[in-house]
Ligand binder design. Sequence first.
Ligand SMILES: Nc1ncnc2c1ncn2[C@@H]1O[C@H](COP(=O)(O)OP(=O)(O)OP(=O)(O)O)[C@@H](O)[C@H]1O
Ligand SMILES: [Mg+2]
Length: 259
Amino acid sequence: MEAIETAQSKVPRGLVVVDVRDLRKVYDSFGHRVKALDGVTLSVKAGRFSAIMGASGSGKSTLLHLIGGLTRPTEGQVWVEGNNLGAMSDRARTIFRRRRIGIIFQEYNLLPTLTAAENVALPWLLDGKTVRETRRRVGELLKLVHLEERAEHRPDALSGGEQQRVAIARALLNDPAVVLADEPTGNLDSKQSAEVWKLLRRIADEGGKTILMVTHEAAGAAHADEAIVLKDGQVVGRLEPKGSADASLVATGYQELAG
Ligand SMILES: Nc1ncnc2c1ncn2[C@@H]1O[C@H](COP(=O)(O)OP(=O)(O)OP(=O)(O)O)[C@@H](O)[C@H]1O
Ligand SMILES: [Mg+2]
């Protein structure tokens, strides 16, 4: 998996990459306040794959968006690779996010008029990287996600699972330290979902990436090292599937914590 690693960007395993301290987020919605996160503290070490579980409205997406620097906390701190996101200017945070954080959403967010390869390449081409170095990098990444054969296909000629793998390749373009995924398999069938979970597992194990994945599915969380369970904006417990892919273990533990 040299493809997604470079010597400079490799964070030693065991080092805390994501550190969240007493995080609170209150939304003001039509005159009433919604406490989306109510004092969340957690840390994730390099190369670890963590799942975030919880009922709808428990604050999972809010937590992921705060870790990705997409929104600002009401209180508390998010540190990524030793950088306090809240202390950065908006511009500095945007640049940091583009370099160090890869984000994957449920809806893939591919541009329909571009091929798979062009979708992966676009951020680098906009950044002024040469076509030659971009082509090499995109080739590596499409190989990593097993889509070399689909490089010239547009999104409408790809299955949902293939489109999500293109989005994962794009998220890895800059060799980020952290990959955030918000219900990446929400639109996929069970076979395609399993491919995405195994791919994320491999990206953590072989690529050394720190992964946080929001999921409703015990079968998905079972691929992670740990599952952090949220309820009403708070962490109510942790499960340790340790990448066992044993969904029943997670399902039972989750019911006890969140049910
Ligand atoms: N932009 C917003 N403005 C107002 N309230 C919001 C906003 N975003 C989220 N909320 C509220 O904050 C709470 C947590 O929302 P969040 O989207 O983080 O939940 P979630 O766990 O991701 O849910 P789901 O599983 O449905 O995606 C919910 O009550 C939601 O309605
Ligand atoms: Mg959500």
